[in-house]
Design a protein around this ligand. Structure first.
Ligand code: BMA
Length: 808
């Protein structure tokens, strides 16, 4: 039997040398494995929580300090015919491993695992194990000097070391340079043979699923070895002759059930077991086929994922690590976050290259939820040396990641890097590089060769954005994928309409975290937009000024911090809806809108739709509506207003639609009727007569299109240019099983009505938000909370919010 024994107990950690504060010298504390030195220091009460207030700057010394982890374990020799390996699934990062005071190995890559034969170093009875981590920030600087400095965003040369890049600080992330044994560590004892790698690759042939399971075996003897693969109640085997270390076992499954992204079909998963000697590997596979269509067409160059032959419009979000300390992210947290994505009608998550290859739990949950995964290789916003020792590390980690993730049907695309080809073209790198390598060989040669060799069933794209032709600007909207960042950095969100991209892989707009999250980390005296504590939680270049500027032309400048918080949150929601509605209205010319970003690593003002404490910001509700299967939207087309019906569902959409121009008092001024008749996965553009669309008094009129339960609005004037009426709300509050139900009737036009229940109770979650109502219409909000709340609290003007409050 292969026996795996975790070595997670009895660890201590201490600072060895570096910039250590006085009280810390010589202090040894208990260490959690898997874990991180920051978490151990917090648990020991030696550092404050760096997520609170300005504490981040108090712990900067940790990245400039070397850390020594030590433990002991008892070992019994199970017999001289056994092999004994020390297996480290994740060491962060520059580590020296000693067993019984003898150096075993040095490692320098957080993104891969390591395995060492240790039998010769072990003794029966007690053994010592020590892992010393060099100061990572100092190590990165030294590596950068040794490789030759290369351009990168942000303060530190994260590009010289194979460690989670955003650890060194990002435009949404604190600088918390971690160290520690961040994934499982164990002793493995085996005889004769063990499974070294399993790559189950699927193909579909008509109604038959072909499973080709590639198995690599490590052998300790020449005795023939049988490799057995079991799926769907069938066992198939192959025998390895002496000297052979890999084989391929093929199984065909007739009438196979296909795996689909949600909204397209089910997610059947087939348990798969591989047995070699007395070792066993267990996983699940799903049968589906994925293709990336990058053919030229009359608009330029496509970028469209096809699953089982069906083009899928990517309703996507970008994913960053869910915590600066990734060991805190367990399966339940992945499930919660990814369910929040799916509940917002997201069908694709892009794992961004400045983070990590997530644990198998992430991809398991995506397999189950039917969320496609676009996986970046871990290169972001920097030039990377292509020479040793970095090159060997890159190859090893990429081979391991492609192999480990190969079983997951959710994994749909490998992408070489984030923005590095764009950076080379536009960000002034060429001068500073002076001819040095910058990573292109990884993206165009090394990585695609690894994907082609180990997993040819997955499409590969070299970079994002990418225009698929040398000499063409990588961010050309007519070709391939693009990132839209002039909106937010320089331009108003209305500039989204300047673009008709083929696939937008990044675009986004900032807002603060929800009130409950913000007030957990920012004390009362610091609640102004530019207090030092608020600025410590705003990492974007000039972010606070951009947030304020973004209100211009839309909403009045806020009069209080509460209004600033609400106005900027609302503006984010409107900006994102504006962009998504526009991009989807251009489907199928545009085949994806991947919002920057789903989540946060900590509580911070950022582009996230779910904040650092896991609470959904108002933008989440806007995204859910804009990403719904069916979208009804009014859009400018050829100088007029048109009604666009996007039907991204499997059923035809047939409805009567009424378009009416109304006074803001509700009076109908002009009406037209039309029929919506849109095929499945299609978009229809309907013209609306100008007698209906042309407003007499833009400040006092709105255009409303109703089709069944869906409604599209067109506001001729921005709120800042009108005076929205006092909405004259009539509210009924009922107690329900686990909270309250508010029914709110509008006496006058009300825009973006919301119940900010988290202001009353941290656990409160409201089911809907941002309702715009005509006079006489009502909306219902259900709030789940364990707190006891009164009607007075629930109707407090800081809780029951609307845009009207900001303009009056
Ligand atoms: C893109 C991303 C990230 C960044 C984001 C917001 O460049 O790839 O690097 O956080 O924009 O600026």
């Amino acid at each position: 039997m292969t026996v795996r024994v975790a070595l997670h107990d009895g660890w201590t950690v201490r600072a060895l040398d570096g910039d250590i504060p006085d009280g810390m010298v010589g202090t040894t504390i208990p260490a959690t494995v898997p874990g991180s030195v920051h978490l151990d220091l917090m648990a020991a009460g030696l550092i404050p929580d760096p997520y609170i207030g300005e504490n981040e700057r108090l712990v900067g010394w940790i990245g400039r300090t070397a850390w020594r982890y030590e433990t002991t374990f008892v070992w019994d020799d199970p017999g001289a015919d056994t092999e004994v390996d020390l297996v480290a699934l994740g060491l962060d990062t520059v580590a020296t491993i000693e067993v019984n005071a003898t150096e075993l190995a040095r490692t320098e890559n957080m993104h891969r695992s390591y395995r060492f034969a240790v039998r010769d170093l072990l003794r029966v009875g007690e053994n010592t194990l020590a892992i010393t981590f060099a100061a990572a920030l100092t190590a990165a600087e030294r590596a950068s000097e040794a490789l030759g400095p290369r351009p990168h965003v942000n303060a530190h040369p994260f590009n010289a070391i194979r460690k989670m890049a955003c650890n060194f600080g990002w435009d949404w992330g604190p600088e918390l340079v971690t160290a520690g044994i961040w994934r499982s560590l164990r002793l493995e004892t085996w005889r004769e043979a063990r499974i070294a790698a399993v790559r189950p690759l699927v193909e579909i042939d008509g109604t038959t699923g072909l499973l080709r399971t590639h198995v690599d075996v490590q052998r300790a003897s020449d005795r023939p070895v049988t490799v057995e693969v079991e799926i769907a109640g069938r066992r198939t085997s192959a025998t390895l002759a002496p000297g052979e270390s890999s084989t391929l076992v093929e199984v065909a499954i007739a009438e196979v059930q296909l795996w689909w992204p949600h909204g397209y079909g089910d997610q059947p998963l087939y348990p798969l077991t591989v047995r070699v000697a007395d070792d066993q590997w267990a996983g699940r596979v799903g049968f589906r086929n994925v293709v990336l269509d990058t053919a030229a067409d009359e608009h330029g160059t496509r970028f469209a994922l096809h699953v089982n032959g069906i083009p899928v419009f990517a309703r996507g979000v970008n994913w960053i690590p869910d915590d600066c300390f990734p060991t805190r992210v367990d399966r339940a947290r992945y499930a919660e976050r990814l369910t929040q994505a799916r509940d917002a009608n997201v069908n694709l998550v892009r794992i961004w290259g400045g983070g990590i290859y997530e644990s198998d739990d992430f991809y398991d949950v995506c397999d189950e939820l039917g969320i496609l995964v676009w996986q970046d290789f871990l290169f972001a916003c920097a030039a990377y040396a292509e020479e040793e020792p970095l090159r060997g590390q890159v190859v090893a980690e990429a081979r391991e990641a492609v192999t480990r993730l190969s079983p997951h049907p959710s994994l749909a695309l490998w992408n070489g890097c984030n923005e590095n080809v764009w950076g080379h073209a536009d960000w002034g790198w060429q001068q500073s590089l002076q001819g040095r390598t910058w990573g292109l060989g990884y993206y165009t040669d090394v990585l695609p060769s690894i994907v082609a060799e180990l997993d040819p069933t997955r499409p590969y794209s070299p970079t994002s954005p990418n225009s698929f032709a040398a000499g063409r600007h990588p961010n050309d909207q007519a070709h391939g994928s693009m990132h839209i960042w002039d909106v937010w950095n320089e331009r108003d969100y209305t500039a989204y309409r300047r673009y008709v991209p083929r696939f937008v892989a990044e675009f986004g707009f900032q807002a603060p975290p929800t009130w409950a999250t913000l007030t957990r980390v920012i004390d009362e005296s610091s609640r102004t937009p530019d207090s030092p504590a608020m600025l410590a939680h705003q990492k974007a270049d000039d972010g606070t000024a951009k947030l304020t500027r973004a209100l211009q032309g839309h909403l009045p400048q806020p009069r209080s911090f509460d209004d600033w918080h609400w106005a900027t949150s609302l503006n984010q929601a409107r900006a994102v809806a504006y962009g998504v509605d526009h991009f989807r209205s251009w489907s199928p010319v545009c085949m994806g809108a991947v919002l920057w970003q789903l989540n946060d690593t900590w509580p911070v003002t950022s582009w996230a739709v779910v904040d650092g404490d896991g609470r959904r910001k108002p933008v989440w509700y806007a995204l859910r509506r804009s990403f719904a299967d069916r979208l009804l939207t009014l859009q400018p087309r050829d100088g007029e207003l048109a009604l666009v019906a996007v039907n991204d569902s499997a059923e035809p959409w047939r409805d009567e639609v009424t378009v009416s121009r109304r006074g803001i008092d509700g009076t109908v001024l002009a009406t037209a009727m039309a029929r919506v008749d849109v095929a499945p996965r299609a978009t229809a553009v309907l013209s609306v007569p100008s007698r209906v669309t042309l407003a007499g008094d833009p400040r006092r009129e709105v255009l409303v299109a109703d089709a069944g339960s869906l409604r599209a609005w067109w506001h001729y004037a921005e709120d800042v240019d009108t005076s929205l009426p006092d909405p004259d709300l009539d509210v009924t509050v009922e107690q329900v099983a686990d909270g309250y139900r508010l029914t709110v009737m509008a006496g006058a036009l009300v825009r973006d009505l919301a119940v900010l229940a988290d202001r009353l109770a941290g656990d409160a979650v409201v089911d809907d938000m941002l309702a715009t109502l005509l006079p006489g219409e009502s909306a219902t909000f259900t709030i789940r909370t364990a707190a006891v709340l009164t009607k007075e609290q629930l109707t407090d003007p800081l809780v029951l919010r609307s845009a009207n409050q900001l303009t009056s």
